[in-house]
Design a protein around this ligand. Structure first.
Ligand code: ATP
Ligand code: FE
Ligand code: MG
Length: 342
């Protein structure tokens, strides 16, 4: 089956073409991304109006580019998928409407995909098989622990009560005067720092349950900054690496401890990490070490599938299509779509 997928939930316009058969590795024939990061950087975050306008500008040329890279024509596509939520309403509408129009014109099925399901299943694109596991999504908007029985059978174990892990990286980076998005900047800066230089809080580590909280950590960094330099709060250059390393370590330790605990609780012997924060090399290494110690297998998405992309949406779409599912053309987008409810 050949599937064309669109992703436009936030600030990346993405188009992918996948070829797949049930139980086989999915082949990514094309995965195109028009990133708007540079555009939004001047505002320090994503501006919804700017994002949706750019989705409509980039989508059509990107579809043509994807078809050319994949070496297929529109008539060969068997199904069309698009992210229907969660995300920014005005951004979601562009991709979802375009995919429905293409599906209607071609007389082929349309599949509304859940962006979080795209992230969640992204570590399994290479094998095409999703075994029962414990999934941790760590992205810009979510920190979500899910017990996964099979594609579509999810049970939420915990999530963040305030900021998402990626959001904490972005907000702390902003405080430190580092550009958006903050995650990669903090990782780079932390490289030369000591992770035990500052003792930042590990929120909710001792509490039962699997929820997270990162806003206290963010405030702790802010206090440290204002103590250091009451006038401007700007860190001294030789402090910056230590601050980044100590902050990063605090986030990672909580994520590792709670995820391992959740895996033991649910009896899962496989942990899968997804979302933009899972690109972080220190985080990957910490999970590898902890999983090795516990005899748990770790599945990581390839780097190109961690931040927003359409290939992960395509894979989620393929699995739905294999199950005989499709979505009505008059279905709506849902900016607040959740995952475990299904
Ligand atoms: P959601 O999927 O929840 O709607 P999103 O799509 O914006 O959010 P992603 O694109 O998966 O999130 O990831 C972006 C986030 O990942 C940003 O917060 C970014 O700072 C963070 N991030 C990217 N690379 C790294 C890194 N190397 N270390 C830490 N965080 C990172
Ligand atoms: Fe995302
Ligand atoms: Mg993003």
């Amino acid at each position: 089956m050949l599937l064309l997928a669109l992703e436009s939930s936030c600030d990346e316009t993405a188009v992918a073409i996948l070829s797949g058969e049930p139980g086989q590795p999915a082949r990514i024939l094309a995965s195109e991304i028009a990133s708007q990061i540079e555009l939004h950087r001047q505002y320090g975050g994503v501006v919804p109006e700017v994002a949706s306008r750019n989705h409509s500008l980039h989508l059509r040329p990107l579809v043509e580019q994807a078809l050319a890279h994949a070496g297929v024509n529109m008539r060969q596509i068997d199904a069309f998928a698009a992210t229907s939520g969660p995300g920014l309403a005005s951004s979601l509408l562009i991709g979802a409407t375009a995919a429905k129009a293409m599906a209607a014109a071609a007389g082929k099925p349309f599949i509304a995909a859940n962006h979080l399901e795209g992230h969640l299943l992204s570590p399994f694109v290479d094998t095409g098989i999703v075994p029962p596991h414990l999934g941790l999504i760590v992205s810009g908007g979510h920190t979500l622990l899910l017990d996964v029985e099979a594609p579509g059978a999810y049970r939420k174990l915990g999530s963040t009560r305030d900021d998402a892990a990626g959001e904490a990286f972005d907000k702390v980076a902003k405080m430190l005067g580092l550009p958006y998005p903050g995650g990669p900047e903090i990782e780079r800066t932390a490289h030369d720092g000591r992770c035990d230089a500052f003792s930042f809080p590990r929120s909710m580590m001792k509490e039962p349950g699997f929820d997270f909280s990162f806003s206290g950590l963010k405030t702790a960094v802010l206090y440290t900054l204002s103590e250091r330099n009451p006038e401007t709060g700007t860190p001294l250059p030789d402090d910056l690496a230590d601050l980044c390393a100590s902050f990063q370590e605090a986030v990672i330790e909580v994520l590792v401890v709670k995820t391992i605990r959740a895996a033991k609780h649910s009896g899962r012997r496989l942990i899968a990490l997804s979302g933009g924060v899972s690109l972080n090399k220190t985080l990957r290494a910490a999970f590898e070490k902890a999983c090795h110690r516990e005899g748990i297998t770790l599945a990581l998405a390839t780097p190109g599938l961690c931040t927003d992309n359409a290939a992960m949406i395509g894979f989620a779409g393929l699995l739905r299509a294999f199950a005989g599912e499709s979505s009505p053309l008059d279905g709506d987008i849902d900016p607040n779509l959740t995952l475990a409810a299904r």
